[in-house]
Design a protein around this ligand. Structure first.
Ligand code: HEC
Length: 122
């Protein structure tokens, strides 16, 4: 091996270490970044309260009355369909225990849109 190559390897190692530490630090900051408005609404027990019935990534002590809310963008590419479920699931299923958040004015249509933004990231 040429001595020049060796020198290059020696100086790359500490750089990679510094970069690794910097990446770790920035991901820790991201993990602690404040919740989005949609997440706050979805997790708030007096608003969306979705966690009482649904397992949603990042939420504490979820219930399992309803299905897990994951891969939402893939499963519900049509935003309107998702909005309709949250607005009033009794339209699809008259027997559902899921509250009609829009019809009962628990969430405004703007708040439902924020919740969808949040769900689309899950
Ligand atoms: C009291 C329990 C309860 C609460 C609270 C609740 N849900 Fe549901 N949800 C259900 C049940 C049960 C279903 C299954 C479908 C049905 O009953 O028609 C469901 C279905 C859904 C579906 C369709 C899921 C799928 O996999 O296709 C979505 C989306 C959904 N809920 C979103 C929400 C959101 C968003 C909130 C909060 C704003 C919420 N739910 C709050 C009980 C609940």
């Amino acid at each position: 091996m040429q001595s020049g190559e060796k020198l290059a390897q020696i100086s790359i190692a500490p750089c990679a270490l510094v970069l690794g530490v910097a990446l770790l630090a920035s991901s820790a900051v991201l993990a602690q970044s404040p919740a989005s408005p949609g997440q706050t609404l979805a997790f708030d027990r007096s608003k969306g309260n979705c966690l009482t019935c649904h397992d949603i990534a990042g939420g504490d002590s979820p219930g399992n009355v309803g299905p897990q809310l994951s891969d939402m963008k893939k499963r519900y590419p049509d935003r309107k369909e998702l909005a309709a479920i949250i607005f009033d699931e009794t339209k699809r299923n008259p027997e559902t225990v899921m509250p009609p958040f829009g019809r009962n004015l628990i969430l405004t249509t703007d708040e439902i849109e924020s919740v969808i933004d949040f769900l689309y990231a899950r």
